[in-house]
Design a protein around this ligand. Structure first.
Ligand code: NAD
Length: 349
């Protein structure tokens, strides 16, 4: 196996990992360890070349620094990617090789599930490295983080509604959910349980059909869900859904969802603010999953109580961000970035 360090100044450490015998080509990026060991998931997907994979791992690992700091975790930001089709190219040998590469970093980077990875894959990695979380079993195994992510997004929706309408009450509110995958379907169930009416879209018609029959949701074409008349738009599928093409079409009062990197550019955050739409910054709203993973990394003996307390603190952080954004008359995304920078500066001293 060849592990080559890449000279990239914006990040503490970046490695190219190659093991031709195992069919592995990937990258590991440690953006920051100022607040603790870098933590962030392992993603496997088809990339349009190595440069695209490097760009992804750098962007995602930086995002993890923000997410972990916003969630008030003693963890820095890191991420790893593998180039390839998980459906056809993910083998035990490939995962074991990645596990060995992660082990060489001696705990400066902790991995967990991301796109293209399952809890079963994490157990294969665990055969080669101690620095893996998101395991289904074992004394501290935290399993699938999606239900906790959904709980955090549900809280964020309530907080954003309270800022907009003076009440977090969901009964009678309309929420447009984009994506009914691991997080979206848990979120939909929570919203339905709280009395919200749902409008849903997914590229998988079976998931839409389940939401229509289970929750009485209204189905919406995938390309129109962002423009559905609703109190809340909850992006839970893909990134960059808030862009110059979609923001003018939004017909909601609040945007709060699980997807990473929802804003195509910072200017789109300003455009949302200009339209009077309250945006719950994604790296704050979706921090529940990493909180769940962190309980495993930190070996918390009191995991349920600790996760609940961290979720409540995350919600208080969002509340403070929205209050400050309203006072300063700027978008919450801008304030959220500043809050994270302040936290890092004060705790890394
Ligand atoms: P998932 O793959 O389980 O679900 C995504 C769903 O979106 C699938 O049902 C898919 O069919 C659907 N989809 C894909 N493209 C779509 C489109 N254009 N329009 C509508 N639906 C579309 O993923 P997930 O784990 O639920 O994560 C959803 C998002 O939240 C991702 O952006 C992920 O990075 C982010 N996120 C997830 C977690 C977690 O705990 N799983 C934590 C933080 C952030």
């Amino acid at each position: 196996m060849q592990i080559t360090r890449l000279p990239i100044e914006s990040h503490e450490e970046v490695y190219r990992v190659e093991d031709p015998d195992a069919g592995l080509l990937g990258f590991i990026a440690i953006h920051s360890t100022r607040l603790g060991p870098a933590a962030g998931g392992l993603r496997m997907r088809i990339y349009d070349g190595e440069a695209a994979a490097v760009e992804d791992v750098l962007r995602l690992s930086r995002g993890m620094t923000f997410k972990n700091a916003a969630a008030d975790l003693p963890l820095g930001g890191g991420k790893a990617v593998i180039l390839g089709d998980p459906a056809r190219q993910k083998t035990p040998a490939l995962l074991q090789a990645m596990g060995r590469a992660i082990e060489t970093l001696q705990g400066r980077y902790w991995t967990a599930e991301d796109m293209g990875m399952s809890t079963a894959d994490m157990s294969i990695l665990a055969g080669q490295t101690r620095f893996v979380a998101g395991l289904a079993g074992g004394a501290h195994g935290s399993g699938d983080p999606s239900p906790v992510t959904a709980r955090g997004v549900f809280n964020a929706i309530g907080t954003a509604l309270r800022h907009r309408f003076g009440t977090a009450e969901l009964a009678g509110r309309v929420v447009a959910v984009q994506g009914l995958g691991s997080v979206g379907r848990h979120l939909g169930a929570l919203l339905h349980g709280a009395g919200a009416r749902l409008v849903v879209a997914d590229t998988d018609p079976a998931r839409v059909a389940a939401a229509v029959s289970g929750w009485g949701a209204q189905a919406c074409p995938v390309e129109r869900i962002h423009a559905a008349p609703a109190d809340v738009f909850a992006p839970c599928a893909i990134g960059a859904v808030l862009n110059a093409g979609t923001v003018p079409d939004l017909r909601c009062a609040v945007v709060a969802g699980a997807a990473n990197n929802q804003l195509a550019t910072a200017a789109d955050g300003a455009a949302l603010h200009g339209r009077g739409i309250i945006y719950a910054p994604d790296f704050v709203a979706n921090g529940g999953g990493i909180i769940n993973v962190a309980a495993e990394i930190l070996r918390r003996p009191d995991r349920d109580a600790w996760v609940a307390a961290k979720l409540a603190r995350l919600d208080a952080t969002l509340d403070a961000i929205l209050t400050r954004a309203a006072r300063e008359r700027v978008g919450p995304n801008e304030v959220a970035e500043r809050v994270v920078a302040e936290r890092m500066a004060s705790r890394a001293a």
